[in-house]
Design a protein around this ligand. Sequence first.
Ligand code: SF4
Length: 347
Amino acid sequence: MLALQAFTPEPLAGALGIGVAEARKIIAAVHRGDALADLRGLTGVTRGAMAAARARGHVPSLEVRAIRPSAVDPFVKLALGTADGHVVEAVRIPLEREGRFSACVSSQAGCALACAFCATGRLGLARNLEVWEIVEQVRLVRATLGPGQRVHGVVFQGMGEPLANVDRVIAAIRVMNDPCALAIDSRAITVCTSGLPSGIRQLAREVPKVRLGLSIASARPDVRRRLMPIDAAHPLDDVLEAVEEHARATGLAPMWAVTPLAGVNDTEEDAVALAALVRRFESRAGVRPRLSIVPYNAIAADGQDPFRRGDVEIFLAHLKAEGVKPHLRYSGGGDIGAACGQLAGKP
Ligand code: SF4
């Protein structure tokens, strides 16, 4: 389906047979969510093109099924319905600076990769999201903001493996970047992956200012493979080779995420192996990865969780003893199923 939200100005001008300046105005109006009556400053030709596009359904949207604010922190989760009956989730994440937010967006309905610590992985893959469906999540998050507030960044850490839908994710990033669309700086966008080497290389080539996040899970190969079945197809060493290339090509340090699980990957041995991997990466890539420790969030609604939260403080202490200073990530919205690993497409 042709959707105006998937376009940057030049291709839209070509598609609608109008000038680039007019295409810019249309894109700005679409992302502001303006009604047709509000399209001030457009020529008659462009208003006509826009009216025709709307009449033909070329300005689609996701159905907002629910907006759930957390009762314990300023996180907000949006459950969004697609036209073919799937529910995908986006999360509004407050940033340190007052009035600034990040939008955590989904790239797929469900996910095929079945990471053991993730609720989305239990759903299986329904389908890839279209470019406009990814972009529209940011506009809908923005629509929940008040005066003076804005979406400063985007993190691809919602439902799905973004690099399994890499062409659409990159096209969506281009729209997010465009000054007349969402005007979000590439450096404020992070793509988080379970580790698909070809997609990592494609990001480095096509959107080199975008930051990369990698789910490590464990530096011990047998443990990682148990937690992340994708490791059988793409072992961590192969993934890290691509991440090293990404770091050398872009000059950006990757973010590595680890979720300590009690008795699984939170021992001193795990911390020592992880610290060694950090040092090896730094010596090869020339930048030190930013290690993010993400506390485990319950993923089973019935309380039958496969894991218990590892002792984060002890794990951090082991890492510090090895000379690695990780960042402890606050993973909010746990009470509304919005925290890392919890997104399950519930309406
Ligand atoms: S962590 Fe990401 S890649 Fe793994 S199952 Fe969940 S959504 Fe998929």
